[in-house]
Design a binder for this molecule. Structure first.
Ligand code: 13P
Length: 252
């Protein structure tokens, strides 16, 4: 179901005490000033997932993982399975982040498998797509985003697809301080909704949550979120400061 979501991707940041403190600050803020119609999600490093789901029990916060194995269980040293995420009450999982595609060579087949495993356990994938600067400069950005969507997700049935959150993250905007303009974001989000509509029909497309990521912060969130096809944000750097993160969630 389409909803407003602001999710914080902490990436590989925060030591245990710092993670504990940040989760405490976010949940305090949420209980003092509850958010209206926005789901706040925190995606900490896996080591802190159980700590985070404990905080989430007593607040409106939901917890997501940053990654999961495409294998189900067994001899895969260092990996975490969907079943493990489920066993500590994780409700979302980021899949296909450009950093994983780039540094860990994650293929579309692998991503599609991860999505299937997550859906089997009722965990919502936050599926990331987005072009490099070169693709945009060459005018290939729409084709590329369509390819990522169809390779990673379009094997799903319509009812399975209705559990997906799509995150559009132009790679050139991630961690650079250069955000997509509200016009660029709206244009791509409308395109993504159109591609989903072609595949699954307009009802499913209208019900899909599509969030934006890439240098989104407390200053530019309002302008980005005011676009009709932008349903929230996937926030990196600015999600590491409780006040900024909450301000972003209050930017609708
Ligand atoms: P920044 O907000 O730091 O640009 O990161 C965006 C991101 O990659 C979220 O997944």
């Amino acid at each position: 179901m389409r909803s407003k979501i602001v999710a914080g991707n902490w990436k590989m940041n925060k030591k245990f005490d710092e993670a504990d403190e940040l989760l405490y600050q976010i949940s305090e803020e949420l209980s003092n000033n509850p958010l209206k119609d926005v789901q706040l999600v925190v995606c900490p490093p896996s080591l802190y997932l159980e700590l985070a789901t404990d905080f989430a029990e007593s607040s409106d916060l939901k917890i997501g993982a940053q990654n999961v194995s495409h294998q189900k269980s067994g001899a895969y040293t260092g990996e975490l399975s969907v079943e493990m995420l489920n066993s500590v009450d994780v409700e979302y999982c980021i899949i296909g982040h450009s950093e994983r595609r780039k540094y860990f060579s994650e293929s579309s087949e692998m991503l599609a498998q991860k999505v299937d495993n997550l859906l089997e356990f009722g965990i919502e994938p936050i599926f990331c797509i987005g072009e490099q600067l070169d693709d945009r400069e060459a005018g290939n950005h729409f084709d590329l985003v369509k390819k990522q969507l169809s390779e990673g997700l379009f094997h799903l049935s319509a009812s399975e697809f209705s559990n997906i959150v799509v995150a559009y993250e132009p790679v050139w905007a991630i961690g650079t301080g250069v955000t997509a303009s509200p016009k660029q974001a709206q244009e791509m989000h409308a395109f993504i909704r159109g591609v989903i509509s072609e595949k699954y029909g307009s009802d499913i497309a209208e019900e899909t949550t599509i969030i934006y990521g890439g240098s989104c912060n407390a200053k530019n969130a309002k302008e980005l979120f005011s676009n009709k096809d932008v349903d929230g944000g996937l926030i990196g750097g600015a999600s590491l400061i409780a006040k900024d993160f909450i301000n972003i969630a209050n930017s609708f």
